[in-house]
Design a binder for this molecule. Structure first.
Ligand code: ADP
Length: 550
């Protein structure tokens, strides 16, 4: 047999088909030709097996390469985004926040409904479709609740109280009773409150109840009492008339005057009496809540902490008011936090942000909504005018030092007729008031030098205050008690007790500065500082010495 009987394969099989044939099929055809020419079938089977093995190895290699390129492809693909589910929407969609941007995304219908809760983390594919959900975020920033808003929204601030935001509740917190001051953890996109972390420590200066102080317990402040009653009691009791006449209702007032003259007392009395008046007029009993804080206590070296404290004070009041209390926020020594820039020595930035923040809080108070703000200061001239604008603290009420008549009223309150007295109460009052207000040499208390060079003296009466009078009477009582113990018999209060107490109280009362520094003493007086070069305690011995050397 010759090759002529077996034409080349290309001639028997069309080229296209030949292309498609595997090596083994080709081999089978060729081996058939070889068998005819003498090759044994086992030779050919051997060759075939070899080829088969080779083809298997090749298949394996191909699939390994395919896998590898798939892996390479995956490694090269950009990462998928995670977002926070803000809200489920109709038609299989959801509002999702990812990297600070909101998206309306399609949701993979195969995802179970329960996995899609507000606040959960969801996976977004390249087309920003939600393809998976991973439950709630485990970490995120911690913030503090500052206010509960409508629609279940929450106003939060951070520890320093500077940056504020409004967030929504996660499904976990949907029914939780939240309160201002609580610490919450947000999702990492800072849009949803996920869980309650703890309670922040609050300023602990609350006097939830005020001891009952009738107006009659305040001596010699008729003008101030009347002004308070007009500006606070009237609008509360006759709200309809104020509305009818479209007359602005004050949200608060400033009590200004020297220390110890009854500013705090007036504040507390306002709270107590307003409660009584409202009860009398309307039958409604709204317990008072009196938050009493001194300006310097709010000041804190930590950035933003003072702001947080002030905000917290307002939040506490609003909270109490919402519960039906009459809430009073009383800030004593207000010039220390609400002063003009030039007013404070600290020169810190804390203060420059406190005033605008206080104004914002004041603006947020609805008049007659049970929150009354009272600020007290003995340096009203230093209070930033922004605080005193209409609609904020727009009533200024002067609290004066007691004159002789007022002092008699105050002595009368403390030296009441239930006490054991050595002589008639009127005589005792007469004696002590005369001694207190006499312009005698013995009563000289401060020496003043004016810029003009003129010298003068301030007497004890010029620096009298309700606090001093109360202290004098208490001291006199102590003398009588000690004597009674010694004598083993009740010994009533005498005029000597009162006179001696008067003398000692002026030496020791801590209302007076311990030093001779003019500036400190000036704070106790109404003098214009620019007119005075020196103001210091009067020392008779020193005086005698000076005059003898002239
Ligand atoms: P301020 O707030 O002006 O510094 P306070 O109201 O704290 O003064 O007064 C301190 C104390 O002095 C009061 O608790 C009260 O005992 C007494 N006091 C002051 N002013 C009067 C007053 N006008 N009538 C009766 N007591 C007074």
């Amino acid at each position: 047999m010759s090759g002529q009987d077996f034409p080349p394969i290309e001639q028997i099989i069309p080229e296209v088909e030949l292309e498609r044939m595997s090596a083994l099929q080709l081999l089978d055809i060729i081996s058939h030709k070889l068998v005819v020419q003498g090759a044994t079938p086992s030779d050919i089977a051997l060759l075939r097996r070899r080829l088969e093995e080779m083809e298997e190895v090749q298949d394996e290699a191909r699939s390994a390469v395919e896998k590898l390129s798939e892996a390479v492809e995956k490694l090269r693909a950009p990462a998928l985004r995670l977002g926070t589910l803000l809200q489920k929407l109709p038609k299989g969609r959801a509002l999702v926040c990812a990297n600070g941007t909101d998206y309306i995304c399609n949701v993979d219908p195969s995802l179970p409904e329960v996995a899609m809760e507000t606040g959960t983390r969801v996976l977004l594919n390249e087309a920003f479709a939600v393809t998976d959900a991973f439950g709630f975020d485990k970490n995120g920033p911690v913030v503090r609740v500052t206010e509960l808003l409508s629609d279940n929204r929450i106003r939060v601030g951070n520890e320093s109280g500077v940056s504020d935001a409004v967030v929504v509740r996660s499904s976990l917190l949907a029914k939780e009773k939240l309160k201002p001051g609580l610490d919450l953890r947000l999702d990492s996109n800072q849009r949803v409150a996920i869980e309650v972390i703890g309670t922040a420590k609050r300023l602990d200066r609350t006097l939830s109840r005020v001891e009952p102080i009738p107006w009659s317990n305040i001596g010699g402040q008729e003008e101030a009492v009347q002004a308070i009653r007009d500006s606070i009691e009237l609008p509360f009791l006759h709200a309809h008339l104020f509305r009818r006449f479209n007359h602005p209702v004050p949200k608060g007032f400033l009590l200004f005057g020297p220390p110890g003259c009854g500013k705090t007392l007036l504040g507390k009395a306002t709270a107590h009496n307003l409660r009584l008046q409202i009860k009398e007029e309307t039958g409604e009993d709204r317990p008072e809540f009196f938050l009493n804080v001194k300006g310097p206590e709010v000041l804190n070296m930590w950035l933003g902490e003072s702001e947080r404290q002030v905000r917290d004070l307002f939040a506490q009041c609003r909270e109490k008011a919402a519960e039906g209390h009459l809430a009073f926020l009383f800030i004593d020594e207000a010039e220390s936090i609400l002063g003009t820039r030039s007013a404070h020595r600290m020169g810190s930035n804390i203060l420059s942000t406190l005033v605008p923040m206080f104004c914002t809080e004041m603006d947020g108070i609805e008049p007659l909504q049970n929150v009354v703000v009272i600020i007290a200061s003995n340096r009203a001239d230093l209070i930033d005018p922004a605080i005193l604008r209409p609609g904020r603290i727009d009533r200024k009420i002067r609290v004066r030092r007691p004159d002789k008549g007022a002092a008699r009223e105050i002595y009368k309150i403390y030296l009441n007729d239930t006490l054991p007295l050595a002589e008639s109460r009127d005589d005792l009052l007469e004696t002590v008031v005369e001694a207190h207000y006499g312009k005698s040499e013995m009563n000289r208390f401060l020496e003043i030098t004016y810029r003009s060079g003129r010298h003068d003296y301030l007497h004890r009466g010029d620096l009298a205050s309700g606090a001093i009078i109360a202290a004098i009477v208490e001291r006199a009582k102590e003398y009588a008690i000690k004597r009674s113990i010694e004598l083993k018999n009740e010994s009533p209060i005498t005029r000597e007790d009162l006179l001696s107490a008067l003398k000692h109280e002026y030496r020791e009362n801590d209302l007076f500065p311990p030093s001779d520094i003019t500036e400190d003493w000036l704070k106790l007086t109404d003098f214009d500082p620019s007119n005075v070069v020196r103001l210091s305690p009067y020392r008779p011995t020193e005086q005698t010495h000076v005059s003898s050397t002239i």
